[in-house]
Design a protein around this ligand. Structure first.
Ligand code: NDP
Length: 262
């Protein structure tokens, strides 16, 4: 069985380490690689790679959704998939980012959250938080990407028109700000009071401490980066892959192998 993570860029992806570690620990014969897709118009040609399944990353999660014959669970509302199963003539789609994130914050039991950013991952997070009955506000620098959140009846604001009327239990940075530079996702005059009054700060970026997390740390706010979310979504995707092939696996070994792989 061959699997791959598909995106552009893709060289940085840690998914092959996670999935190949699981194959090895479980004694399942399978291999997981990276695939650079340069032209999104070639998305349907992925079938020719004869993969059993794939994970999809930036910027192809929405186009992958459109290429699916069937989409399952919360992915239908999100409109983006990160996990595909190739089944004869059919492509089946799932979103494991949403539940992978929720597993990270479930024990915090937040009543309300603020999401900074309005891209694909923000949509996944917002939809699962809504499904769990948690009030969610989306804050973005531009209006255009907020429109699809407004259609789903979320509270939204741009940086310019945001006037916070409440404290948020959880604040999540879903922007790539701080990934490759030293910038905050939001001007510090707005961000400092927001962070200072929250119970937890979460950044989807992993592999480096972003200015957002450094600021949370300096204010003594409990915080986390996106590494555990990455591991959780990979565990959930691996389970989908194995179920699709009717291969029973020991889930404790799966979790242990991915948890210690990075
Ligand atoms: P998108 O490109 O879909 O969305 C990015 C959002 O961030 C947009 O709303 C954009 O605003 C905003 N934005 C971009 N740059 C800045 C900036 N400098 N300041 C303020 N706002 C900014 O990205 P994704 O949602 O797909 O991914 C976002 C991040 O999450 C990435 O860093 C990705 O690596 C990470 N991620 C981590 C995962 C994990 O498992 N840990 C899983 C998925 C993603 P605008 O609309 O104005 O352009």
């Amino acid at each position: 069985m061959q699997f791959a993570v598909i995106g552009n860029p893709i060289h940085h992806s840690l998914s092959p380490i996670l999935h190949n570690s699981a194959f090895k620990s479980l004694g399942v014969v399978g291999f997981y690689s990276r695939y650079l897709l340069e032209n999104p118009e070639n998305f349907s040609s992925l079938k020719n790679l004869h993969l059993t399944g794939a994970n999809i990353t930036v910027p192809f999660k929405e186009i992958a959704f459109k290429s699916c014959n069937e989409v399952f669970g919360i992915a239908q509302e999100i409109g983006a998939v990160n996990t595909l199963v190739f089944e004869k003539e059919k492509i089946l789609g799932y979103n494991t980012d949403a539940l992978g994130f929720y597993q990270c914050i479930e024990s915090l039991n937040p009543k309300n959250t603020l999401i900074i950013g309005a891209g694909g991952s923000a949509k996944a997070l917002a939809c699962i938080l809504k499904a769990k009955g948690i009030s969610t506000t989306i804050l973005n620098r531009s209006q255009s990407r907020l429109e699809s959140f407004i259609a789903l009846e979320f509270h939204t604001a741009t940086f310019e028109n945001f006037t916070p009327k409440e404290c948020f239990d959880l604040i999540i940075n879903t922007t790539p700000a701080g990934l490759t530079n030293d910038s905050l996702p939001l001007d510090s005059t707005l961000l400092v009071p927001l962070l200072d009054s929250t119970k937890f700060a979460f950044d989807l970026v992993y592999g480096r401490e972003t200015p957002f997390l450094t600021l949370a740390k300096s204010l003594n706010i409990p915080h986390s980066d996106g590494k555990q979310m990455l591991i959780n979504q990979a565990i959930l995707a691996f389970e989908i892959f194995m179920e699709s092939q009717k291969i029973p696996i020991n889930k404790t070994i799966l979790r242990q192998s991915m948890q210690t792989a990075l």
